[in-house]
Design a protein around this ligand. Structure first.
Ligand code: ADE
Length: 425
C-alpha cells in the first residue's frame, strides 16, 4: 500500500528497518570515493536543481549512494526496484526516512506490484529516466507516449537494456537521447567482469554453502559477465566449461584456457550451471533431461528468462524449498536444484556487486545524468556513449583514491603518437 509521510509518498516494507539501512549505506559509501567526490561537487554546483528523475534500479546500499548523490545535485528523484528479489528493505526504508527520497520497492514484490511501481515512476513525470533493463522506457513508449516530450533523456545501466534500446532505435520508437552507461569502459570492464564474477559466486555460496573446488561449473555466455564468472570460478578451483554462440567469444574462452562445448554436451557433465547470456531459454527441456542428479542451476543475467523453468516444472513431479533461495525439482530418478527462482543470483541470494565497482558504475550514472541535463535540447534521438573524457576522469579519480599513480606521456611521446613519418629508417 502506498503510504504518505508529511512530505512524500512511498511503499517500503517497514520504516523501522531504516537505522540498519543507514548503517549499511554508510558502510558502502566508504568504498565509493569517486561518487563521494561527485556528491561534494554536486552539493556546491547543484547541476540537477529541480530536475525530476525516475530511477529503476536494484535497491541496494550502492544505489542508495547514487540516489543521495543525485539529491545532492538538486534532483527530485523517485526510486523503484528493477527486480523483485534484489530489494534490500532496510535500504529502501533508510532512503525514505533518513533522506526523504520516495521509494517504491518491496523485496519479493509480484509482477502486478512491479508494474504498478513502473507507473508510479512515470506519474512522477520524469525529465530523466535512470533505467536498469529498459522497462520504464519501454512502458513510456508503449503506454504513456504523451509524456515523451517532457523527457530530456534516459541512461541505461545494463547490456540487456542497451540491446533493447538499440531495437527501439531500429524500430523508430526511440525519439529521445539515451546514454549507454554500460558501455563506458569504467563500467563494464569492472562491474560486469569483477562485480558479476565475485557476486555470482557469493550468491551461489550463500544459497548452498557448497564447495566449488573440483566441481564442473558451466558458464553460459562469455561476454564481460561470463568472463568474470568463469575467471573467478577457476580461481575457486572449479573445472570451468564455457558455452557460447559467438565463434569469436568461443575462441577467446578456449585461449583463456577454458573447455568450450555445446550446452547439450555440457548438460551431461556440469555440477553447477550459471547463465549470463542475456538471451532466453539457454537451459531448456533437452538439457534438463540429461543433467546429473543434484545439478545446480542458476542465472546471473538481467531477466529471469535464461532458464526455462516452465519446462522444468513440466518435467517435475514435485518442487520444494530446501534452503532459502534454493528449490529442489524432483524428476524421474533425480532432482535438479534451482537457485533464486532463476533471477539474478548475485542480487537474490547475495548483495549484488560490491561497492567498489558500483562506485565507478554509479559515477558514470551521475555524470551521464548531468551530461543529459547540461545538453538539454541539443542531443538528437540516439544512443550516446559516455564521453571518453568522463570515462578517463572516473578511472583517474579511482586510482587516486587507491593511491596508485601512473606515468604521463613525455612531449616526445605525444609528438610520436600524432605522427606518421617515423617508421623503419
Ligand atoms: N547491479 C549489480 N550489483 C548491484 C548493486 N550492488 N547495486 C545496484 N545495482 C547492481
Amino acid at each position: 500500500m502506498v503510504t504518505t509521510t508529511a512530505q512524500i509518498n512511498y511503499e517500503v516494507k517497514d520504516l523501522e528497518l531504516a537505522t540498519q539501512g543507514t548503517q549499511r549505506i554508510e558502510w558502502a559509501a566508504r568504498e565509493m570515493p569517486v561518487l563521494r567526490q561527485i556528491r561534494q561537487r554536486f552539493s556546491k554546483e547543484r547541476p540537477l536543481a529541480g530536475i525530476r528523475i525516475a530511477a529503476c534500479c536494484h535497491i541496494t546500499t550502492e544505489t542508495a549512494n547514487l540516489a543521495i548523490t543525485l539529491k545532492a545535485g538538486g534532483a527530485d528523484s523517485l526510486l523503484i526496484a528493477s527486480n523483485p528479489l534484489s530489494t534490500q528493505d532496510d535500504v529502501a526504508a533508510a532512503l525514505v526516512r533518513d533522506h526523504g527520497i520516495p521509494v517504491f520497492a518491496l523485496r519479493g514484490e509480484d509482477t502486478a506490484t512491479y508494474l504498478k511501481h513502473v507507473n508510479i515512476a512515470l506519474d512522477h513525470r520524469p525529465q530523466v529516466i535512470v533505467d536498469d533493463g529498459s522497462d520504464v522506457v519501454a512502458t513510456l513508449i508503449k503506454q504513456r507516449s504523451g509524456q515523451i516530450s517532457e523527457l530530456i533523456g534516459t541512461t541505461e545501466e545494463t547490456t540487456t537494456g542497451i540491446v533493447r534500446l538499440k531495437a527501439m532505435l531500429a524500430a523508430g520508437v526511440l525519439t529521445f537521447p539515451a546514454v549507454a552507461v554500460n558501455d563506458a569502459e569504467t563500467k563494464h570492464f569492472f562491474d560486469n567482469r569483477y562485480g558479476t564474477g565475485q557476486s555470482t559466486l557469493d550468491g551461489i555460496i550463500r544459497a548452498t554453502n557448497i564447495l566449488l573446488a573440483g566441481k564442473n561449473i558451466v558458464v553460459a555466455g562469455y561476454g564481460w559477465c561470463g568472463k568474470g564468472t568463469a575467471q573467478r570460478a577457476r580461481g575457486m578451483g572449479a573445472n570451468v566449461i564455457v558455452t557460447e554462440i559467438n565463434p569469436v567469444a568461443a575462441i577467446e574462452a578456449v585461449m583463456d584456457g577454458f573447455r568450450v562445448m555445446p550446452m547439450t554436451e555440457a548438460a551431461k557433465i556440469g555440477d553447477i550451471f550459471i547463465t549470463v547470456t542475456g538471451n532466453k531459454h539457454v537451459i531448456r527441456r533437452e538439457h534438463f533431461v540429461t543433467m546429473k542428479d543434484g545439478a545446480i542451476v542458476c542465472n546471473s543475467g538481467h531477466f529471469d528468462i535464461e532458464i526455462d523453468l516452465v519446462a522444468l516444472s513440466e518435467l517435475s513431479s514435485e518442487k520444494r524449498s530446501v534452503r532459502p533461495f534454493t528449490q529442489e525439482y524432483v524428476l524421474e530418478g533425480k532432482s535438479i536444484i534451482v537457485l533464486g527462482e532463476g533471477r539474478l543470483i548475485n542480487l537474490a541470494a547475495a548483495e549484488g556487486h560490491p561497492a567498489s565497482v558500483m562506485d565507478m558504475s554509479f559515477a558514470n550514472q551521475a555524470l551521464a545524468v548531468e551530461y543529459l541535463v547540461k545538453n538539454k535540447g541539443k542531443l538528437t534521438p540516439a544512443i550516446y556513449n559516455i564521453p571518453v573524457e568522463i570515462d578517463r576522469e572516473i578511472a583517474r579519480l579511482k586510482l587516486e583514491a587507491m593511491a596508485i599513480y601512473i606515468d604521463e606521456l613525455t612531449p616526445e611521446q605525444i609528438h610520436y603518437m600524432g605522427s606518421w613519418d617515423e617508421g623503419t629508417e
